[in-house]
Design a protein around this ligand. Structure first.
Ligand SMILES: [Zn+2]
Length: 893
């Protein structure tokens, strides 16, 4: 920066802050916008007809300048700005210039044409922009032939809809108004306050001013939406007025939202009771989006979802019903952690996502204990551990070096590892104490921003803990990896002592450094006379030990009691043998931790496939579906990557058949009147695994019968999709596709554009994704790029069919041949996912190498490719290393 030299201004500048920033010398910011220009409020007005290709807008932003400047930096992307004015603190308005300084990142500069003094200025923009085709910003979707426009701003797409300071740290009130065709409806974050004719078939609706929000939570939608009658959520100790609640869906679909509307009040009350803080916005709308990039989005007061999560009826698949509740609880939890208290910068996105994931499980345990959210937490953490074992894994608080880091921050590390780490420290301080800390945190930062120190500090204060606690908590936030706790029992001075040693868990073939220290709250269960007991301690050095008071001799130990810890463990041979004998007596969560420990030892190279088959067997005795099916994924890997001969494959298949087929046969292939959701879910898990992974003839025959019935055409030439069990529709159609080939593929491709029901669409996509014949697989992939397949549905068709090298080669050839079209459809922000889409499931060095060779020169094609490439190729190499180590003969021992 250089000093501004015009003498006339110098005195005034010196009196205020000394230096004026000149546009010519000031570089476009690469990360955060500078802090000397801060938005105070927005008026955003749009003129939108979803039937057209473009919309227009007027944005007025009051901005506080902390220093004299002749320009400001802000964000705008794909906006054609026709006029900009700036009004200074004295009220004088002049023309200004809109300069696209970094179009790729969406950073723009507004030049004032002269220096303005510190104080409040007003920027006003008039512009037009396309209705986005890639599900970001203000985007266009079609349902039953009718066009709609809606928004998805997170993380950095508000800049496609209006010029803005598009960062979470800038929270201001928004005044939203929309001019739209008279026949259409508009909804936004807040209640509508007026509607006025705007001439020539248009009207203008205005909404109440919002409480302070960041740009990424601004939302609105325009089109022939169908809205349910307004329901009310009753007041409670933390909210004095009834809360209006509505469902919004594409034309003719709102009647299918009654289930969600009936579940929502209990979620809101549970959250208000936990936080001791009433739902803060003036209404709650839940909107079923006809096409959507994410699962759902927590916009303040107007929460948007993929339509299949909200449009439910008695024939909906059980997995949709359960998913609906879980996702609704997650998004509504965000109304506090995220919307009321917002992360200051994207490196702390875990303050939104980890907390919403953790809170969702708490709400679900309270409202639907039968959903076993406690086990979802354990399974989620274990999924994150697989990714966290990569050298290329993100940290929970990964520094942001560019837009790619923002786009790839929404991963399992942020959500599931984050939630598991929160749960671990909650377990350590006690849940009442943790709740006090959370309540204090919400109160201290309501309608403002916060960072990790604020949160960890609030919990430490509530718990009366000091620096050691904060350090332990942050050791999980600021470094990647899974702690590996190796334990050993010993007798010392007449006592039973458990020695502990920690390092980083790294699978066989990893090039990482295993030396890493966390502050790990370790809790172990061990045997005492007639039962068991739990002991806890903080392991914050490389080694440590615990006295197991009252342990029986000999005793046994489960090194992760209640699976509350985010760590993996290993036992020596004799201690593992002792634990295997106790498996049936462990809690469900502990049995899942046991399954993970067996898998981790296998990937570490300590157990062979035969030992894994033996060690996982006791879990199949469990009555709990999540435990009962826990071995399936590991068995599938052994079947496809270890077994070489028919005899070896037959042995694995026999293991699976003996463990699971009798249960599936007892469940049958149709829903029984009044059966539990658990049974419906288990049926579909087992049928899918046995029919596709192991191709058991009886299971395939039962599914084929349903698939053939579903493929029968009725009088109007439509398929009879309702003929299959809704829980099995995708699998039934999948077997039919594999059996009948082209006629089934053609029929499903013809049916999709005529079907608007999201559950039936998912069934059709699932059926098509099971295609095996190479020519037909190519036809299905080409179809994925065509208009009848929504952008948000495309991946469902492209991610399967990865079991054999031949299948992966075919996908690779297709992907590289269609790369420009894929990139164009997924948009500039899905980059982190592209390498996985291209080569996920790969298991040879050659596959990793060709992936690297293809994407290295294309790393800047979309935000996030670099991280996606590093993680996918590392996963492929680790798979190859593990495969090379295997002795297939161990299966038959
Ligand atoms: Zn979320």
């Amino acid at each position: 920066m250089r000093r501004h030299v015009r003498p006339l201004l110098f005195t005034a500048l010196a009196a205020s802050c000394g230096v004026a920033l000149a546009a010519g010398a000031d570089q476009a910011p690469k990360g955060r916008l500078p802090s000397w220009a801060v938005p105070q409020s927005y008026q955003i007005a749009f003129k939108v007809d979803p039937a057209q290709q473009d919309f227009s807008g007027t944005t007025t932003i009051r901005v506080k300048l902390a220093r004299a400047a002749d320009h400001v930096w802000l964000d705008g992307a794909s906006l054609t700005v026709s006029k900009v004015t700036v009004t200074d603190a004295a009220g004088k308005t002049r023309g200004a210039k809109y300069v696209e300084a970094d179009p790729r990142a969406g950073v723009v500069r507004v030049d004032f044409g002269g220096v303005l003094q510190p104080g409040e200025i007003t920027l006003k923009f008039e512009y037009t922009a396309p209705l986005n085709a890639q599900l970001q910003g203000l985007y266009k979707v079609t349902a039953k032939g009718q066009p709609y426009a809606m928004t998805q701003m997170e993380p950095i797409s508000a800049r496609y809809a209006f010029p803005s300071f598009d960062e979470p740290g800038f929270k201001t009130p928004f005044d939203i108004s929309i001019t739209l065709p008279e026949k259409d409806v508009a909804v936004a974050n807040t209640q509508q306050v007026s509607e006025k004719p705007a001439g020539k078939g248009w009207k203008t609706v205005t909404f109440a001013q919002t409480l302070p929000l960041p740009t990424y939570l601004v939302a609105f939608a325009v089109g022939p939406w169908d809205i349910t009658p307004t329901a009310e959520i009753s007041p409670d100790a933390y909210r004095s007025k009834p809360l209006p609640l509505r469902g919004i869906a594409a034309a003719g679909e709102a009647h299918r939202m009654s289930h969600v509307i009936s579940e929502t009040p209990s979620i809101i009350h549970a959250l208000e009771n936990y936080y001791g803080f009433g739902y803060p916005w003036d209404k709650l709308d839940v909107l079923a989006a006809p096409d959507f990039a994410a699962g759902a989005m927590e916009n303040a007061g107007l929460v948007t979802f993929r339509d299949w999560l909200l449009l439910l009826d008695k024939d909906s698949p059980a997995r949709d019903v359960r998913g609906s509740f879980n996702v609704t609880a997650h998004e509504l939890a965000h109304q506090w952690t995220g919307d009321t208290v917002t992360l200051a910068w994207w490196n702390d996105i875990w303050l939104n996502e980890a907390f919403a994931t953790w809170m969702q499980q708490k709400v679900t345990e309270e409202v639907h204990p039968e959903y076993r959210a406690d086990l979802d937490r354990v399974r989620g953490a274990q999924g994150a551990m697989a990714n966290d074992s990569l050298v290329s894994a993100r940290k929970i608080r990964q520094p942001i070096t560019g837009n790619g880091d923002i786009m790839t921050a929404f991963d399992g590390i942020t959500y599931q590892k984050g939630a598991a780490v929160i749960g671990m420290f909650e377990n350590y301080v006690g849940d009442k104490t943790f709740q006090q800390g959370m309540r204090a945190y919400i109160q201290a930062h309501k309608f403002g921003n916060a960072n990790a120190d604020d949160l960890v500090g609030a919990i430490a204060t509530a718990a009366g803990k000091g620096e050691a606690f904060k350090h332990a908590f942050k050791s999980f936030l600021d470094q990647s990896g899974v702690p590996y706790v190796q334990t050993k029992l010993a007798r010392e001075n007449g006592q039973t002592v458990l020695t502990l040693k920690q390092s980083r868990y790294l699978p066989l073939g990893s090039r990482g450094d295993s030396q890493r220290i966390w502050g790990v709250p370790v809790c172990v269960r061990y045997g005492i006379a007639g039962g068991s007991k739990v002991a806890c301690d903080m392991l914050d050095k490389a080694t440590g030990s615990m006295v197991l008071a009252g342990a029986s001799t000999p005793t046994w130990v489960m090194p992760n009691a209640n699976a509350a810890g985010y760590y993996r463990f290993s036992l020596d041979k004799s201690e593992l043998d002792a634990l295997v004998r106790q498996v049936a007596r462990l809690s469900d969560a502990e049995q899942l931790a046991y399954a993970d420990a067996i898998g981790a030892s296998f990937q570490h190279g300590d157990l062979d496939a035969g030992q894994v088959l033996a060690a996982l067997k006791p879990l199949t005795e469990s009555k709990t579906p999540q435990v009962f099916t826990a071995p399936l994924a590991r068995l599938d890997w052994i079947y496809h990557h270890v077994a070489k001969t028919d005899a070896q494959r037959a042995r694995v298949a026999a293991w699976v058949k003996a463990a699971y087929l009798p249960k599936l046969e007892r469940l049958g292939y149709q829903r029984k009147p009044g059966e539990s959701e658990d049974d419906s879910l288990l049926r579909s898990t087992l049928a899918g695994a046995l029919a596709f992974d192991y191709k058991l003839p009886d299971v395939r025959a039962a599914l084929l019968k349903q698939g053939e019935a579903a493929l029968k055409k009725n009088a109007s030439g439509r398929l009879d999709l309702a003929a299959a069990n809704p829980d099995l529709l995708g699998d039934a159609l999948g077997v039919a596709v594999q059996t009948q080939g082209k006629s089934a593929v053609d029929a499903l491709i013809a049916e999709l554009p005529q079907t608007s029901d999201p559950a039936l669409r998912n069934g059709i996509l699932g059926g098509l994704a099971s295609v095996e014949d190479p020519a037909l697989a190519g036809q299905v992939r080409d179809f994925a790029l065509s208009k009848p397949v929504k952008v948000g549905e495309m991946a469902a068709l492209l991610r399967s069919g990865r079991d054999t090298e031949a299948q992966r080669d075919a996908m690779w050839t297709w992907f590289t041949g269609h790369y420009p079209q894929i990139l164009k459809r997924t948009g500039s922000f899905a980059g982190g996912y592209l390498p996985l889409l291209a080569a996920g499931g790969g298991c040879s060095t050659a596959e990793a190498q060709r992936l690297q060779a293809f994407f290295k020169p294309r790393i800047n094609d979309a935000a996030g490719i670099a991280r996606g490439l590093a993680q996918t190729s590392e996963s492929i190499e680790l798979c190859a290393a593990l495969k090379a180590k295997q002795d297939p003969a161990s299966i038959l021992r």
